[in-house]
Ligand binder design. Structure first.
Ligand SMILES: Nc1ncnc2c1ncn2[C@@H]1O[C@H](COP(=O)(O)OP(=O)(O)OP(=O)(O)O)[C@@H](O)[C@H]1O
Ligand SMILES: [Mg+2]
Length: 400
């Protein structure tokens, strides 16, 4: 089994020395100067030993922890300065070993052999069929205004999540005018409607034959082929569908129509995360506020994460105004990039794969990482704000 070696250190002196040693051992290796570049490399690679050398910008143990959580098919070996060796931290961060950068070559080679062994076992178990039942995270993308980018964000988020070796499904709940399958460049042979008519009402309710397996690895549950079929699909169907799919996937992304209908409300209720898409224009803002009010009445406010799409310089409208009006923090923003988005639609390929280096792709990849990490708030900033609010109220109470 051929394994890749990625070396990360902002000090070239160290990474070059490690690379020379790996070259002598005839190992395939590559140097990365920044963690951001290394992450892009990891997304495209299966089976990697990451060697992290001394790093002053970011703590190597923190980098290791993030790799262990986000890239299950990579193992990490830490080569740090003697005074930075901390075995407890190394253990918690998931490193296979931590060594003094000045250790003898034979010691480093021994650790490399250990890393290869562990990686080999990881890859083997990854191939073995998984009997374990899954418990998918459900992410619903919504907004009560049309054309704000729900479908674009749903499709590209699903692809970004899939890049992390997760089993991902996307459900098109825009039952009348859904175009998720169009964005994946597939003509659905079977849809949610066929499942309801043939399997739910007359069969064993099984969904397996009604899911489209896209070449990207994502499973698509497509919207009906005719708008009039939409009314035959009820909240009860979606309830059953999600309970069933939850045990088969790691992540389920749901695209919704630009209004709250029975089926999308069931999805919202069953979601772990609701991505509410906002944009820098007045009608979207007004609708966003109404959507938050409705979701609050349904006690779903805690699940909402506001994402600003087509973030650009807009006269008279700023992020602060949006946050003030919505009464919520913007937790992620996606730049406006008409050319990349349109060209990806025309190609029938997500911009995550066709243009991974663009700002739009990077913004969605970042959002996907945060969704996987499972932080209660997508952006660390909002947590800081909440903390501040708490401190403030405690302060007030203490003064009383
Ligand atoms: N970040 C972006 N930059 C530039 N154009 C974008 C961006 N996001 C979406 N668009 C464009 O905006 C249009 C509407 O996007 P999309 O279909 O995803 O919205 P929607 O909310 O799903 O619409 P609907 O409510 O009709 O389902 C599309 O033409 C898409 O290409
Ligand atoms: Mg749409």
């Amino acid at each position: 089994m051929r394994m890749n070696y990625f070396i990360l250190s902002e000090k070239r002196m160290y990474s070059t020395a490690v690379k020379l040693m790996l070259d002598e051992l005839r190992k395939n290796s590559k140097i990365y100067d920044t963690f951001a570049e290394l992450k892009t490399g990891l997304l495209e690679s299966r089976g990697t030993v990451v060697i992290i050398g001394p790093n002053s910008i970011q703590d190597p143990y923190e980098i290791c922890l993030e790799i262990s959580r986000m890239y299950p098919l990579a193992v990490v070996l830490l080569l740090v300065q003697k005074q930075d060796i901390d075995y407890k931290k190394a253990m918690f961060s998931g490193a296979v070993d931590v060594l003094d950068i000045e250790s003898d070559e034979s010691e480093v080679i021994q650790s490399i052999q250990k890393a290869e062994k562990i990686l080999g076992l990881t890859l083997k178990s990854d191939k073995a069929p998984k009997e374990q039942e899954k418990e998918a995270k459900i992410i619903t993308v919504c907004s009560t205004k049309g054309g704000v980018g729900k479908t674009t964000i749903s499709v590209n988020t699903a692809v970004a999540l899939n890049k992390h070796n997760l089993k991902v499904a996307i459900i098109d709940l825009d039952l009348q005018f859904g175009d998720v399958s169009l964005l994946f460049d597939v003509q659905p042979t079977r849809t949610i409607y066929d499942w309801v008519k043939q399997s739910y009402e007359n069969g064993d309710k099984s969904i397996d034959d009604y899911v489209l397996h896209h070449k990207s690895g994502i499973d698509i549950f497509a919207a009906p082929s005719l708008p009039e079929f939409a009314e035959l699909i009820t909240g009860e169907h979606i309830h059953f569908l999600l309970d069933n799919m939850k045990t088969q996937y790691d992540m389920i992304v749901i695209d919704t129509p630009p209004s709250f209908v029975e089926t999308s409300l069931v999805a919202l209720e069953k979601s772990d995360v609701i991505l509410l898409i906002a944009s820098l224009d007045l009608p979207a803002l007004k609708n966003g506020k109404l959507a938050i009010e409705t979701l609050s009445l349904l006690e779903l406010r805690d699940k909402i994460h506001v994402i600003l799409n087509r973030d650009s310089e807009a006269e008279d409208m700023t992020k602060d105004i949006v946050e003030d009006v919505l009464g919520m923090k913007i937790e992620g923003s996606i730049p406006s990039d008409y050319r990349t988005v349109i060209s990806s639609i025309n190609k029938g390929e997500s911009f995550i794969t066709s243009a991974p280096r663009t700002g739009v792709a990077k913004a969605i990849m970042k959002m996907a990482e945060k969704l996987i990490n499972g932080t209660p708030n997508i952006d660390g900033l909002s947590r800081k704000k909440d903390k501040k609010r708490k401190e403030w109220s405690l302060f007030k109470r203490a003064k009383k």
